[in-house]
Design a binder for this molecule. Structure first.
Ligand code: BYC
Length: 324
C-alpha cells in the first residue's frame, strides 16, 4: 500500500505524508486536501466515465418509455431513467471538485474522447430488455458500486451512497419485470430468456478486463479507490445471480457455469474479450447511435444554456446596480 522504504520516507514531503496517512487510516481525502496529481487524474477519469455511463445509460431504456406495457410500468421506467440523470449529475459534481469543469467533461464525451460503460452500446429490441437491464446491468452496478461507497475520495464515496440506494430499487424492478414475464405465456417466457441470453455476457464485461490485463487496478486499490479487483467483483456477481436465476426460472447462458469446491470460485466459459475490445474502441452495435444522440441533445439544449447564462448575467448586473 503506502509502505515506504527509509530512503523514500526521507524524500516524502509533509503533504505526501499527510495524504498517505489519510489513506492508511482508511479516512477520506477531501477536495481541499493535497493529493498526488496521479490520484486526482485517476479519480477524474473514473468519476467522469462513471457519470457519462449514467447519462448515456438513459438511452437504451428511454427507448421504451413511450412503449411500456401499462401506465404503471411507464411511470416506474420514467422514474428510473430520471434517477440515472440524477446519478450523472451527482457524479459530475463530484468530479468538478477535482478541478475539471462540466463543460470539459461534456466535450470529452461528445467528441468521443471519454469512455463510458461498454454495456450501453447494446440494443433494446424488446420489453424484456428493461427487465434484463434492471436485473443484470443494475445488479452488476450494485456489486461494483457498493464498495465504492468506501472509496477514499469523500465526494465520490458520498455520491455513491445515494446512488446505491436507488440502484437497489432499479435492480428489483428489473427482477420483477422478468418474474412477471416468466409467469406469463410461452412467448413471454421466451422473450425474457432471450433478453437474459443477450445481456448476460455484456453484464459480466461491465466489471472490466481480467485482473492480469487491468492496468489501473493495482494503483487504484493501493489508493483505496477500488476495494476489490475486477475479477473478484465479477465472481461475487455470478454468485448473486445463480440463486436468483433459479427463482426466476431463467437459464444463465453458460453451459460451463458451476461452483468449484476446490478453488472456491465459479468456473465459467471464457468471456469474449475481443467483443469487449471492439465495443471499447467504438465498434459495438450501438456506439455511433448513442454518441450521435448525445451530441444532438447537446445541440438542441444550446438555447437553454444561452438563456441561463443571459439570465445570470442580468441578475449580476442588477445586483451590481443595486450596490452602486
Ligand atoms: N466499459 O484498468 P481497468 C450504471 C476501461 S453505470 C468501458 O480495469 P479501472 C447504470 C477502463 O476505463 C455503470 N470501459 O480500469 C447506468 C480503462 O480505460 P482508461 C458504470 C471500461 O478504472 C444507467 C481500461 O478499460 N459504472 O450502472 O481500474 C443505467 C482498463 O480497465 C470498462 C462505473 O463506471 C467497461 N465495462 O476499472 C443502468 C463504475 N471496463 O480509463 C446502470 C465505476 C474497463 O484507462 N468504475 N474499462 O482509458 C469502476 O469501477 C472502474 O472504472 C471499472 C474499470 C471497474 C469500470
Amino acid at each position: 500500500m503506502t509502505t515506504t522504504t527509509l530512503d523514500e520516507e526521507v524524500e516524502r514531503s509533509p503533504e505526501e505524508a499527510a495524504f498517505d496517512a489519510i489513506i492508511d487510516a482508511d479516512s477520506r481525502v477531501e477536495p481541499r486536501d493535497w493529493m498526488p496529481d496521479a490520484y486526482r487524474k485517476t479519480l477524474i477519469r473514473q468519476i467522469s466515465q462513471h457519470g457519462h455511463s449514467e447519462i448515456i445509460g438513459m438511452q437504451p431504456e428511454g427507448n421504451w418509455i413511450t412503449r411500456a406495457p401499462s401506465l404503471k410500468r411507464k411511470a416506474i421506467l420514467m422514474a428510473k431513467v430520471q434517477d440515472e440523470a440524477g446519478h450523472g449529475l451527482y457524479l459530475y459534481s463530484a468530479a468538478q471538485t477535482l478541478g475539471i469543469t462540466r463543460d470539459e467533461m461534456t466535450q470529452q464525451l461528445i467528441d468521443g474522447r471519454a469512455k463510458y460503460s461498454s454495456i450501453f452500446n447494446y440494443p433494446t429490441p424488446t420489453w424484456a430488455d428493461m427487465g434484463a437491464i434492471g436485473w443484470l446491468v443494475d445488479g452488476a452496478a450494485i456489486c461494483n458500486q457498493v464498495p465504492l461507497c468506501r472509496a477514499s475520495y469523500g465526494p465520490y464515496a458520498r455520491a455513491m451512497i445515494r446512488i446505491c440506494k436507488e440502484e437497489s430499487f432499479h435492480q428489483r424492478q428489473g427482477f420483477e419485470i422478468l418474474l412477471t414475464l416468466m409467469q406469463g405465456t410461452a412467448a413471454q417466457r421466451e422473450m425474457a430468456q432471450d433478453a437474459v441470453n443477450r445481456w448476460y455476457w455484456p453484464s459480466l464485461m461491465m466489471f472490466g478486463p481480467p485482473d492480469d490485463q487491468s492496468p489501473n487496478s493495482a494503483q487504484s486499490m493501493a489508493w483505496k479507490i477500488k476495494r476489490f479487483s475486477n475479477d473478484e467483483l465479477r465472481q461475487r456477481f455470478i454468485g448473486m445471480l445463480v440463486p436468483q436465476a433459479e427463482i426466476l426460472g431463467v437459464t444463465l447462458p453458460d453451459p460451463n457455469l458451476r461452483w468449484n469446491e476446490d478453488t472456491g470460485r465459479w468456473d465459467t466459459s471464457e468471456i469474449d474479450w475481443d467483443e469487449f475490445r471492439e465495443v471499447l474502441s467504438g465498434r459495438g452495435p450501438c456506439n455511433a447511435e448513442r454518441l450521435q444522440r448525445r451530441r444532438d441533445a447537446h445541440e438542441d439544449g444550446a438555447w437553454v444554456r444561452e438563456a441561463a447564462a443571459e439570465y445570470a448575467r442580468k441578475q449580476s448586473e442588477n445586483a451590481q446596480k443595486a450596490v452602486a
